[in-house]
Design a protein around this ligand. Structure first.
Ligand SMILES: [Zn+2]
Length: 63
């Protein structure tokens, strides 16, 4: 199940694909062969910053 987010300013809500996302920083950890990324989630309607999430991705995907 996908997590859902909600904008506190205009009540826009839904899954991540209904929001504007932007990668803030990426750290590649070669020891663990994965990637850690900070991702910003913004509301597409009022441009309010909804949340910042921390994601760990499998490093083999990005190669
Ligand atoms: Zn909003």
């Amino acid at each position: 199940m996908q997590p859902t987010y909600a904008c506190s300013a205009c009540q826009w809500s839904g899954e991540e694909n209904k929001f504007v996302t932007k990668i803030l920083s990426i750290m590649y950890r070669s020891k663990h062969d994965n990637i850690q990324a900070f991702k910003q989630i913004k509301c597409p309607k009022c441009n309010n910053l909804v949340t910042i999430i921390f994601e760990t991705l499998d490093g083999s995907v990005a190669k």
